[in-house]
Design a protein around this ligand. Structure first.
Ligand code: NAD
Length: 496
């Protein structure tokens, strides 16, 4: 890679490193230091047009007919480069969104794992032969790439979210236009160097940057065949509406209000650690955050006070310091939203079981720090239990038995992730079947694998990423039917 923290960055369109055609730029702020330290191009509709044209030309040119084994080789080279540069990418991303370097670095490595997984699938995409009602008809299907896909990511995990989309899109033979969030674009723009070094032909992977206007220009473009989006529910809805005008299929990975359920028979130490990981890792800025902690009444006080104690002890500070456990919130709008939710909760009489009040202490500087907060005895009908906060705020909710746990867990507009803590095998399977969520973790939380499909139900979105399922989002089925009879048929009757 070139200089990791470049003062000005460029986009990648048709193999060229370019600014926005208008010359517009957006500032990049370090959420720990509170300083602007770089700029990114703010693309407009003309840039989107050029990027989509480039992707289409690359697709129609050679990429759609490039054998899977060759696509796989490029993806493996790219994965090698990602691994070699993981620390540098992690540092850059951490500076951009305030997440711990050890988290952003391991996400870059995990991204590489995803490219390898899907590279392994690139030369195994096949259709099937279909037995017909007549031996005089031969029928088969072709699994073909959809074409040009727009990939739009959120700011919380740019490398990982991109890998969830780009890896299956490339494996399936698509060309892409990527747009990361304006709040964390640097790592995505920086990997343009690695894309070039890996040897992808110009136009196969294009990267633009910018805000909502650039995203809207991209997702309303009639030149797309697929859209994959990770972000908030309102933006997901806007994108699905825009895509509907062009009848473009969309994959939506949206928010969550995931239940993390602790039964009295669980190993409580592990469950408490799982609860902490579920909501305070990455400062709660994860779509899968276990933001509702459901605890069986018999162990409720013990579990909630242990989680609150751990929350109060979390070391906040410089995300580059390996001792730090929670960095700042990624950007000011998000910081203000979380502070308003905590203040609103306290004003409405919610009971905080963690320390409240302003944060002070060495190492916090100008950082956008939010105090890890646990509210106890929250009603599942209150906004604290219903609305995604995307911050380090946990709502603890007691329950009596399995039926009540399942009812509370499923009483949500969302359905992304869920956790179960129990040593009862039967209970684990039975509850897992009844939870309305795309992911169920048992005696773990926040575990990810390239092989395991991920996605939501209801307001958490639709479609799947990771796992072989993800390939389907970027493929289209063509059926080929051949008449072997050599006979001329009646033109006025259906042929079966
Ligand atoms: P956001 O919706 O504000 O922005 C996401 C992306 O969409 C950004 O790149 C943004 O520039 C772009 N965008 C904004 N308006 C647009 C428009 N009208 N048309 C097209 N693109 C537009 O979300 P965010 O604040 O960046 O991310 C936080 C949200 O993302 C949370 O709700 C979180 O739960 C969700 N998220 C979901 C997952 C998942 O996999 N399910 C993962 C991470 C984050």
């Amino acid at each position: 890679m070139t200089s990791a923290i470049a003062p000005t960055t460029t986009m990648l369109i048709n193999g060229n490193r370019v600014p926005a055609s208008s010359g517009a730029e957006l500032p990049v702020t370090d959420p720990y230091l509170g300083e602007d330290f770089a700029t990114i191009p703010d693309a407009g509709a003309p840039d989107v047009d050029v990027a989509i044209e480039a992707a289409r030309a690359a697709f129609d040119g050679t990429w759609r007919d490039t054998p899977g084994v060759q696509r796989a080789a490029l993806m493996h080279r790219f994965a090698d480069l990602l691994e070699e540069n993981a620390e540098q990418i992690g540092l850059l991303e951490s500076r951009d969104n305030g997440k711990l370097v050890r988290e952003t670095t391991s996400q870059a490595r995990f991204a590489a794992r995803n490219y390898r997984f899907f590279a392994g699938a690139a030369d195994k995409l096949s259709g099937r032969t279909i037995p017909m009602d007549s031996i005089d008809t031969f029928d088969y299907t072709l699994a073909e790439p959809a074409g040009v896909a727009a990939l739009i990511t959120a700011w919380n995990s740019p490398m990982q979210l991109l890998a969830n989309k780009l890896a299956p899109a490339l494996a399936a033979g698509n060309c892409v236009v990527i747009k990361p969030s304006e709040h964390a674009s640097l790592s995505t723009l920086a990997i343009a160097d690695l894309i070039e070094q890996a040897g992808f032909p110009a136009g196969v992977i294009n990267i633009i940057s910018g805000g909502a206007a650039a995203g809207a220009a991209l997702t309303s473009h009639p030149g797309l065949d697929r859209i994959s989006f990770t972000g908030s529910v309102p933006t997901g809805r806007a994108i699905a509406t825009a895509a509907a005008q062009n009848l473009v299929p969309v994959t939506l990975e949206l928010g969550g209000k995931s239940p993390n359920i602790v039964f009295a028979d669980a190993d409580l130490d592990r469950a408490v650690t799982g609860a902490v990981a579920g909501i305070f890792a990455a400062g709660g800025q994860t779509c899968i955050a276990g933001s509702r902690l459901l605890v069986q009444r018999a162990v409720y006080d013990e579990v909630v006070s242990a989680v609150a104690k751990r929350a109060d002890e979390i070391r906040l500070g410089d995300p580059r310091d390996p001792q730090t456990q929670m960095g700042p919130v990624a950007n000011r709008p998000q910081f203000e939203r979380i502070q308003a939710v905590i203040a609103g909760g306290l004003e409405s009489g919610a009971h905080a079981v963690t320390t409240t009040g302003p944060l002070d202490g060495a190492g916090l500087g100008n950082g956008l720090f939010v105090r890890p907060t646990v509210f106890g005895d929250v009603s599942n009908t209150s906004p604290l239990a219903r609305e995604e906060i995307f911050g380090p705020v946990l709502s603890a909710i007691p329950f009596e038995d399995d039926e009540e746990a399942i009812a509370i867990a499923n009483d949500s507009n969302y359905g992304l992730a869920s956790g179960i803590w129990t040593n009862d095998l039967t209970r684990a399977h039975k509850v897992a079947r009844r939870l309305r969520a795309g992911t169920v973790w048992v005696n773990t939380y926040r575990a990810s694998a390239a092989q395991a499909p991920f996605g939501g139900t209801r307001q958490s979105g639709y479609g799947r990423e990771r796992g072989l399922e993800a390939l389907q989002e970027y493929l289209t089925t063509k059926n080929v039917m051949i008449d072997l009879s050599g006979k001329t048929a009646d033109p006025f009757s259906i042929r079966t």
